[in-house]
Every structure is written in C-alpha cells, then in structure tokens.
Ligand binder design. Structure first.
Ligand code: DP6
Length: 333
C-alpha cells in the first residue's frame, strides 16, 4: 500500500546533545523545540509487490542502498518497522525537502517524522501520536519532536527500552503565533561531521560534558515556564545561553567540532549589538553554520532589513510556529 506524509523541521530551544543509548537513540537529557511552519519534508512510501527492493529517492536522486550510510540509517529504520509490522516486503521511499538537506537545518527531524507517519499508515501499524514519536526517534532523535506542532518537549525517560522517551506537546502553534525564527543561511553545504558522530564524540571526550548535563534541567524548567507564560525574554535568553553551552561542549570535543564560519560569527555579534540597542532578539544554532534568530513578529521586518545591510548578508527564511506531522493525499509517485 502507498501512503504519504508531510512533516516540518523543528529547532531546539533547549538542545539534545548526547545519548545514553546509541542503539535505541535514547538521549542523555531532555530537550524542547519549536516546530516550524516551513522547512517541510514530503515523503511517499510504498510496500508490496510493486516495490521490488528497498529504494530511496531523496530530492530527485536515487541514494545508493549498498552504502554503509544507508545500512546504518534508513535501512536500519526500515528493518525496525518491518519487525514491528511482522512483514518482509521491500519499501520504496521517495522524499523531498523544500530546504537544503544535511546542512544543520534539521532535515533528519522532518525526514524521519514524515517517514514514520507514512509507514504507520502504509503498514497499518496503528500507532498513536506518542507511539509515533517513539518510532520517529528510532530514526533520528530530533524527529521525535517533529511529530507534534508548536512547542514540544522530548522527555528523556528512564527506562532502558525507551518506552518512556517520547515527545509531549507543550503548546500548539496557536498558543504563540507571534513567535518567529528568522533562519539565516550562511552556507548550505552538507556538514562534515554529522550530529550523530559529533555527539558521540562529545560524550566520550569533552571535559565540559558533565557541566552541560548539570545545566539542562534548569534550562528546561525556564523554557517550559517561559512558553506557558509567553515570556519572550525568558525563552530567548535561555535558548541563546543553552545553544552556547552546547557549542562549548562541541568545541571542547576531541577532535574539536567548530561549526561556525565567519558569517555565523558576524550574525551572532550583530544580534547582541541590536539587542543592546533595544531591538529584542536572541540567537540559537545547531550542528551547522546557520543562525536562527528568535524574535517577536513586530520586530522581524527590522531584523531582516538589518541583516540585508550586513557586509555578507545571509539568505533569510522566516518561520512561525508550525503543525505536527500529518498524512497527505499528495503522493510523490
Ligand atoms: C544539534 O537528531 O540529528 O540539532 O539522534 O543521532 O539522529 P541523531 O541526532 P539529531 O541531533 C540533533 C542535534 C541538534 C540539537 C537538537 O535538535 O536538539
């Protein structure tokens, strides 16, 4: 049977960086994110006799199914789903991102959320939203949060089997429609060190790792509270500080992970100057050189004007709170 789903990227306000179980993708800490209304992945899957073997076409290109990367990612995920469904049929997957893949823009989050949702339908797994977030997590940790819209917490969980490590919606997209992320694209090449390898290396080698873990609970509490009360200063300041703590862990990993480029730094400094001058905005960054500026709707035009006047202006995409994953009748084949 064929099914399609659409999912959106999410950007963490309190980051996930490090696993307590690599195989089950269980995080060392909880995280909170915002699902965006852009940065969309549309995925169609088909199983059964019309799909002669596992196949992945991503952004119009057939991806080699005999590569190590495919075996360790998509193929592993399909294997889990086959096991769950008790079936052996191959799966054909066609997926399209409306933004650059693998450049620190959470393409694995929207990708696995869409894939999990489409497979849930095509194979009649009957998973509810919470179970779907657990399945998406097995593809990529951050995907667990894209199952829901708006502000979402991925609870760490305690159990070894991962059954309590899933997403919880904190506030839907209508709770705070004026919240904005101005995404600044400074370089859209695929990153050299992917999050999975990078975070494993941080856990193993960064002397700051323990300090990071000790800070997270307070940041989660502040952002939960800030979201509930729509306290932008609290959410923004906590998110910026949390991103810097994660990047301090990255930089002190061996070998060091430095995802920033000169344009990244230019924007970070500009955001601080603008804020000191009374324009309230904050930044966050992930495992890539893009900067996401957090602000409220009424100041975003001014931020965009100022970005366009920087010596090396970035490409900019503005996003509001978006919806969670959903099935669609729009099939890609
Ligand atoms: C920096 O979810 O891509 O974006 O679970 O290994 O697939 P895997 O990693 P991934 O890591 C995302 C890390 C981050 C922070 C975040 O989104 O919370």
């Amino acid at each position: 049977m064929k099914a399609s789903a659409v999912a959106r990227a999410n950007i963490a306000l309190v980051k996930y960086w490090g696993k307590r179980d690599e195989e089950r993708i269980l995080p060392a800490n909880g995280s909170i994110s915002l699902t965006l209304d852009g940065f969309t992945t549309l995925t169609t899957v088909e199983t059964g006799p019309r799909a002669p073997r596992d196949e992945l076409i991503l952004d119009g290109k057939a991806r080699g199914t005999d590569t190590r990367e495919f075996r360790e990612t998509v193929s592993r995920f399909i294997g889990l789903v086959r096991h769950e469904a008790g079936m052996l049929d191959p799966v054909k997957i066609v997926s399209r991102n409306d933004f650059p893949t693998g450049a620190g823009l959470a393409s694995s989050a929207s990708g696995y959320a869409a894939l999990a949702c489409a497979l849930n339908e095509a194979l009649a797994l009957g998973l509810d939203a919470r179970e779907l977030s657990i399945l998406a997590r097995r593809g990529s940790g951050s995907a667990t949060r894209s199952v829901f819209g708006g502000f979402v917490e991925w609870v760490r969980g305690e159990r070894g089997d991962g059954s309590d490590s899933h997403a919880v919606p904190l506030a839907g997209p209508d709770h705070w429609p004026a919240f904005r992320m101005v995404v600044c694209l400074t370089d859209t090449q695929e990153k050299k060190v992917k999050s999975r390898a990078g975070m494993a290396s941080s856990v193993a080698t960064s002397p700051f790792w323990g300090g990071w873990l000790r800070c997270v609970e307070a940041d989660l509490e502040a952002v939960r509270h800030g979201v509930a009360s729509r306290d932008f200063s609290l959410v923004g300041a906590t998110a910026e500080a949390n991103a810097l703590k994660m990047h301090a862990v990255m930089m002190t990993t061996s070998p060091s992970l430095l995802y920033w480029n000169p344009r990244t730094v230019q924007i970070l400094q500009a955001v601080r100057e603008w804020r000191e001058g009374g324009l309230e905005c904050y930044f966050t960054m992930d495992a890539g050189p893009q900067v996401k500026i957090l602000c409220i709707e009424d100041v975003s035009p001014e931020i965009r004007t100022r970005l366009s006047r920087l010596p090396h202006p970035p490409d900019v995409v503005e996003a509001s709170p978006g919806e969670g994953v959903a099935l669609t009748e729009k099939h890609l084949f």
